[in-house]
Design a protein around this ligand. Structure first.
Ligand SMILES: [Zn+2]
Length: 471
């Protein structure tokens, strides 16, 4: 087998969407929470982040060597028999058998290889060659390892193991001869897609009929929340969404990227347009270039209800006497991500007997926020850490003086605790000058594409009966 070298380069790319500031009680929300709550912790964290619109770290890999798994596998094979075979990860299936092994709790790759008869030296060499290509500790429970065994001969040991961290890429562990690890990125095509919806009974019905996935539906609500009151949906409201969808091997993958949306109510149209600024930041703006993102989110948890408001005189649920409540309580299931309501720097991440586990953030000279009763902090949350709006800083719990899982959200203005729901908070700066001109050009391009989307599918040929046709 020819020796080959995997030369790889990574770029990390973090995409952050504006975070949903609307609370809804619809069944989709309940379903989401149900799904999130019933997943193992590590997965629920990932899904939780996905729900927040954070696409996560996408490793972009460039393989300089053209000797991929297929070339290696075929190197020792009769090309004519391989030519007629079905393929999986470029392995001809008439020459290889694939056996899926879902990873169990406590299982490690090294242990599995040992059981398959590989020596400690071979395992060490494999681990060594994985450095910088694929982090073996990122193997996820429940995801299958695919053992690829040669049909010919009586070798019980797999020649390759394939693992798919995501539909975008797969890892091949080469076990035959020289152990080697290879990460192969599948070709991705991006296609523009559209969706339309109209409220006939309720918003949930319109969302379902539009065919938007949960992430795109979330994103649409997100970017329009500054101009549309989603608490008051009306029959007859309608919307259009223009988005991009990734396709891998003909299948849609990933959340989709919202490009533009319009929501119409009472003959008025509310727009949101995606715009990439010169500084590389991607934001959404309304028709006039006002940012869709607010300087402060309304709540530190998505999908929650206010269980206790800011009050100068409240009967304390545990202490049993009246005292001021300098915060707003949001009840949410244990473990729900708590998000920073604005960009800032963590000043405290500590434990207090009354407050339980809490985080305090300074946003600027004027504003600070605090989040109490957490079950735990998010990774990296410690004094001095920079956080961005919508970033998960901890998880809902009931540490300290709390009767049930909730986050007590506290807001300071110039050192005074205030009721943030009554506050007129500063808005992000609208864009202007050359940036506004660039935005206007992009907006007009997107607007044209939005306007080209029909609300109804084009009617059948003119002579066909169609009750949708105007007299
Ligand atoms: Zn409270």
């Amino acid at each position: 087998m020819p020796l080959y070298i995997c030369r790889v380069s990574f770029t990390h790319h973090l995409r952050l969407n504006p975070t949903l500031s609307v609370q809804t009680e619809d069944s989709k929300t309940v379903r989401w929470l149900h799904i999130i709550r019933n997943l193992p912790h590590q997965t629920s964290l990932i899904i939780g982040l996905a729900a927040l619109g954070i696409a996560g770290v996408v490793a972009v890999l460039e393989i300089k060597s053209d000797k991929t798994a297929a070339a290696l596998a075929l190197g020792e094979m009769d090309a004519s028999t391989a030519a007629n075979a079905g393929y999986r990860w470029a392995f001809p299936l008439n020459q290889f058998t694939v056996e899926a092994h879902p990873l169990q709790r406590g299982e490690a790759l090294g242990l599995l290889l040992q059981q398959k008869g590989f020596s400690a030296q071979q395992i060490a060499a494999l681990v060594e060659s994985s450095r910088g290509i694929f982090d073996i500790t990122s193997l996820r429970m429940g995801k299958p390892l695919h053992f690829v065994c040669r049909n010919k001969g009586n070798d019980p040991k797999p020649w390759f193991i394939v693992y798919e961290p995501s539909p975008y890429e797969y890892v091949v562990f080469h076990l035959h001869d020289q152990p080697c690890v290879e990460l192969i990125k599948r070709p991705v095509t991006v296609e523009a897609r559209t969706a339309v919806g109209e409220i006939k009974t309720n918003f949930w019905q319109a969302l379902t009929e539009s065919g938007l996935n949960d992430n795109l539906a979330d994103a649409m609500i997100d970017v329009l929340a500054a101009s549309v009151d989603f608490y008051r949906q009306k029959v007859g409201d309608r919307f259009k969404v223009l988005y991009e969808q990734d396709f891998v091997e003909g299948q849609p993958v990933g959340a989709g990227k919202l490009l533009a949306a319009v929501y119409e109510r009472d003959g008025k149209a509310y727009y949101a347009f995606r715009f990439k600024r010169e500084d590389g930041k991607t934001e959404y703006y309304d028709y006039d270039g006002r940012p869709a993102r607010k300087a402060f989110l309304k709540a530190p948890v998505k999908y929650s209800r206010i269980s206790s408001r800011f009050s100068m005189r409240r009967l304390h649920p545990i202490l049993g006497y009246h005292r001021p409540h300098f915060g707003t309580d949001y009840a949410a299931p244990h473990g729900t991500p708590i998000i920073a309501v604005a960009d800032g720097v963590v000043t405290e991440a500590a434990y207090g007997s009354g407050n339980g586990r809490y985080v305090r953030i300074r946003h600027d000279k004027v504003y600070e926020t605090q989040y109490l009763h957490m079950s735990g902090f998010a990774a990296g949350i410690r004094p001095g850490a920079r956080v961005v709006q919508g970033q998960t800083i901890g998880y809902v719990g009931s540490t300290g003086l709390a009767t049930g899982p909730h986050v007590c959200f506290r807001f300071w203005k110039n050192g005074q605790q205030v009721d943030h729901l009554r506050l007129h908070l500063p808005q992000p700066e609208p864009i202007s000058g050359a940036l506004l001109e660039a935005f206007n050009a992009e907006r007009d391009r997107l607007l044209e594409r939005l306007q080209a989307i029909p609300y109804h599918t084009p009617s059948a040929p003119a002579d066909a009966p169609d009750d949708d046709v105007a007299p």
